[in-house]
Design a protein around this ligand. Structure first.
Ligand code: PLP
Length: 344
């Protein structure tokens, strides 16, 4: 079976982890600090705070922006429930926006429709590694959290995704661009926001009491990400090569592919195709030894029983994510194209 996603762990990654284990400093320490510096420098912002997951990063970002009860937070419907959870953690109200059928991201137009005088923030994910129209969305003037869980290394006009928002977040979940099992990062140029996030991340040995969290990353996890960061460009190149092979192979069959605007760089965290009868297609692929997935399990408006997200519904019904990761071989990629051609 060709799995849908696969962790890439090489000898040098293991050596980094063994080094940490031998050092005896397992919890947050100098490797976490080093990862924070490297992440800030990669994205091109001044500060970064490592946390235990992308969800924790979203939670602390919302708290640092003063989002709470009575506030509304805009996000796409076509995204995982981590965003919905984070907004509920702080007692705020999620407000969903529909997406662009070509990039699967929220658009300025759809965001504008749902702004009210209670809107306090917007979470903008760059879905599947293809950046959203971030400048246009942020020009609406709402404090923006850029969600780069899928898009570490992607660029817009040559500038890294994650450097546009007031705050941005990363996820280091096992199957993400950089995978440490679990982990996350908050980034910002705003020192005040970053200091409040640093304060909330850990609870021990404080002069004054306020509710704080244990959202720390360990040096063990950080060692994996630090090691993989050195290979991020190579990972992205490999993903792009596979995507080019798929683009070429699939242009003769009737699948819809995302449209990548010229100024945006798609890093292909996921390769998503749209086709009729996607559940049947996935079954057929499985019969041929290829695991495919719905790239978003269920849109948020369906969990919340809200009507009125026609593009999200269409994309969700038709979208299939086919395997793409740096260790996928050319032979496997050809097998995948051949299977798609045979089924369609
Ligand atoms: C767009 C997006 N944001 C945030 C998260 C949450 O990340 P984590 O799983 O590290 O909590 C995910 C998780 O997959 C995600 O897809």
């Amino acid at each position: 079976m060709i799995p849908h996603s696969k962790v890439v762990l090489e000898e040098e990654d293991l050596a980094g982890v063994i080094g940490v284990l031998r050092s005896g400093q397992l919890a947050q320490g100098r490797v976490v600090s080093s990862l924070e510096e490297k992440s800030a420098s990669l994205i091109g912002v001044n500060h970064a705070v490592a946390v235990s997951s992308g969800s924790a990063a979203l939670h602390l970002s919302l708290l640092s922006l003063g989002v709470g009860e009575g506030s509304e937070v805009i996000m796409p419907s076509y995204v995982c429930t981590a965003l919905l959870n984070a907004v509920h953690y702080v007692g705020a109200t999620p407000v969903l926006a529909d997406i662009d059928p070509n990039t699967y991201n929220i658009t300025r137009e759809n965001v504008e429709k749902v702004i009210t005088d209670k809107t306090k923030a917007i979470i903008v994910p760059h879905m599947f590694g293809l950046p959203a129209d971030i400048d246009a969305i942020l020009s609406l003037g709402i404090p923006g959290i850029e969600d780069c869980a899928h898009s570490i290394g992607a660029t817009v006009n040559g500038r890294k995704a994650g450097s546009f928002g007031l705050v941005s977040i990363l996820s280091f979940y096992a199957t993400k661009m950089l995978g440490a099992g679990e982990g996350g990062m908050v980034l910002s140029n705003d020192r005040g926001l970053i200091e409040s996030i640093r304060d909330l991340r850990a609870y021990d040995e404080r002069e004054t009491y306020t509710v704080r969290y244990n959202y720390k990353l360990t040096d063990i996890q950080a060692a994996v990400v630090v090691s993989q960061l050195n290979k991020l460009s190579a990972f992205i190149e490999k993903r792009k090569e596979i995507a080019a092979l798929y683009n070429h192979g699939l242009k003769r069959v009737g699948v819809r592919l995302p449209v990548v605007p010229e100024e945006r760089e798609h890093i292909y965290y996921r390769y998503v195709i749209l086709l009729e009868n996607s559940p049947e297609f996935m079954k057929e692929m499985r019969k041929r030894g290829i695991e495919c997935r719905r790239p978003v399990f269920k849109p948020l408006h369906r969990y919340l029983s809200l009507p009125g997200y026609p593009i999200t519904d269409e994309v969700w019904e038709k979208a299939v994510s086919i395997p793409i990761y740096p260790s996928l071989t050319a032979e496997e990629a050809h097998r995948i194209v051949d299977a798609i051609m045979a089924i369609l």
